[in-house]
Design a protein around this ligand. Structure first.
Ligand SMILES: *[C@@H]1O[C@H](CO)[C@@H](O)[C@H](O)[C@H]1NC(C)=O
Ligand SMILES: *[C@@H]1O[C@H](CO)[C@@H](O)[C@H](O)[C@H]1NC(C)=O
Length: 221
């Protein structure tokens, strides 16, 4: 085979393989999507139903107010304002959303994961100590102190956090590559699930006294 021809064959093969690879099912766009036979009880089609394109308008792609800080007077001293497909219906199937995060001095966005999205965050105001932890068995902490204008990435599914280490308010904006990234806040999910996880499970998992687990469950329930 001539060099040029074999190059073309290689390119064609790569194109074929990559088109096959992207011909798989789309990833889930919500936590659960149980198949049903009765359409009247249906709520999602792995995302949302689509509006007739002829009826779409600017409002479908618009959300105001991300200049307004969220109220950080809560136990963790932070507030996430989410602009996902529930706020902008036009985000359906586009695989992207945005959040604003406000932090009071020493407030934090506690350890959490997004089951469906990688997050790219930029600091608009203040100083944040941020980090994520890699999978087992290494569980390596990758962390950094960020200042205004800095950008940091939290890879999909990994536990991550931001902590305002400055003595002024901090503000960040983050983009996430899902219309519905989902959030699992570790402490709340584990100690505040509904109904509660049997305390024996948590006592052994966290190597704690039973009464410490009872205390934590009462704090998060
Ligand atoms: C976040 O801020 C909004 C707007 O001020 C408020 O309605 C909401 O309750 C706050 N959320 C939390 C968790 O404090
Ligand atoms: C913020 O939330 C706290 C606690 O819920 C509430 O007392 C306070 O009035 C709120 N502040 C504003 C500006 O809405």
């Amino acid at each position: 085979m001539k060099k040029g021809v074999s190059f073309l064959v290689t390119v064609a093969l790569i194109a074929l393989v990559s088109s096959l690879a992207s011909a798989s099912d789309p990833g889930p766009l919500q936590d659960t999507c149980v198949a049903i036979d009765e359409p009247n009880d249906a709520v999602f089609v792995n995302g949302k139903f689509c509006k007739d394109p002829k009826l779409t308008m600017a409002e479908d792609f618009f959300s105001p107010g991300l200049d307004k800080p969220g109220n950080t007077s809560n136990q963790v001293g932070s507030n996430v304002t989410t602009v996902n497909v529930d706020k902008i219906k036009g985000l359906n199937t586009l695989g992207i959303s945005i959040v604003r995060i406000d932090y009071e001095p020493y407030g934090e966005n506690p350890p959490h994961t997004h089951p469906r999205a990688t997050e790219i965050l930029t600091v608009l105001e203040g100083t944040l100590y941020v980090g994520f932890v890699t999978s087992n068995p290494e569980n390596r902490l990758i962390s950094k102190v960020l200042n205004k204008g800095d950008v940091f990435v939290f890879p999909i599914g990994l536990i991550h956090f931001q902590f305002n280490v400055g003595h002024t308010n901090a503000v960040a904006i983050a983009g996430l590559n899902s219309q519905n990234p989902g959030v699992i806040t570790i402490a709340k999910a584990v100690f505040g699930s509904n109904p509660p996880i049997n305390p024996d499970v948590l006592t052994r998992a966290f190597q704690l006294d039973k009464n410490v687990v009872d205390y934590l469950q009462s704090r998060f329930s």
